[in-house]
Design a protein around this ligand. Structure first.
Ligand SMILES: *Cc1c(COP(=O)(O)O)cnc(C)c1O
Length: 197
């Protein structure tokens, strides 16, 4: 059971338009895609109202398209990326900072020890607003990584930094969402468990 305060994002990469339409019709109101081109093609065909989030690694040359297409980018992990978003956005564009909470060298996201500095730096940009943190976490035993991300989330929230509204803690996927919710997640990103039922 997923508590009411936890938002469900349908991670819909590789799923067909009709599969995604079905989850929207069933009441899912946030759709997350990983690739700009795929997202653009699908969004044009989807009906109804939903938020559209970027949850994949974003290339610099796709930022302009991404801003137009998505309501939020969950995968900001560098000042460079955030500056580019700020340059191209016309109003305060909502982003999450992606944390490499398991400190795994092959994964994207910013190291936990560097999150606060990055948030402070991004908070100086005119057209970006930080709305929270996102993390994947390690496949094996993600609990401690989730716990660390929640602690970061709470401590940054308490600092009341201008342009930083720590509201969304996006963590947990099909295999880890229960642990993630226990550790304080308020947005889970579900692919398999939602589409393969
Ligand atoms: C694919 C994906 C998910 C969902 O993964 P499942 O294991 O299918 O639930 C969540 N987050 C991101 C960033 C993804 O790429």
């Amino acid at each position: 059971m997923i508590p009411k305060y936890v938002k469900i994002l349908a991670a819909s990469k590789t799923r067909s338009v009709s599969e995604i339409q079905k989850v929207i019709d069933d009441g899912i109101s946030i759709i997350g895609e990983n690739y700009v081109k795929e997202a653009k093609e699908k969004k044009a065909l989807l009906k109804g109202s939903f938020e559209f989030h970027m949850i994949g690694h974003l290339q610099k040359n796709k930022i302009k398209d991404a801003i137009q297409l998505f309501d939020m980018i969950q995968t900001v992990d560098s000042f460079e990326l955030a500056s580019e978003i700020s340059k191209r956005a016309t109003t305060k564009y909502p982003v999450l900072i992606e944390v490499n909470s398991g400190e795994e060298s092959e994964k994207s996201g910013v190291n936990p020890t560097k999150v606060l500095d990055l948030v402070r730096k991004i908070s100086t940009l005119p057209n970006v607003i930080v709305k929270g943190l996102m993390t994947m976490g390690p496949v094996e035993n993600p609990r401690m990584a989730f716990r660390k991300t929640k602690q970061l989330f709470d401590s940054i929230k308490a600092m009341k930094i201008p342009n930083v509204e720590m509201e969304i803690l996006s963590m947990g996927m099909s295999d880890s969402y229960e642990v993630a919710i226990e550790e304080g997640s308020n947005m889970v990103r579900l692919g398999k468990s939602l589409f393969e039922n």
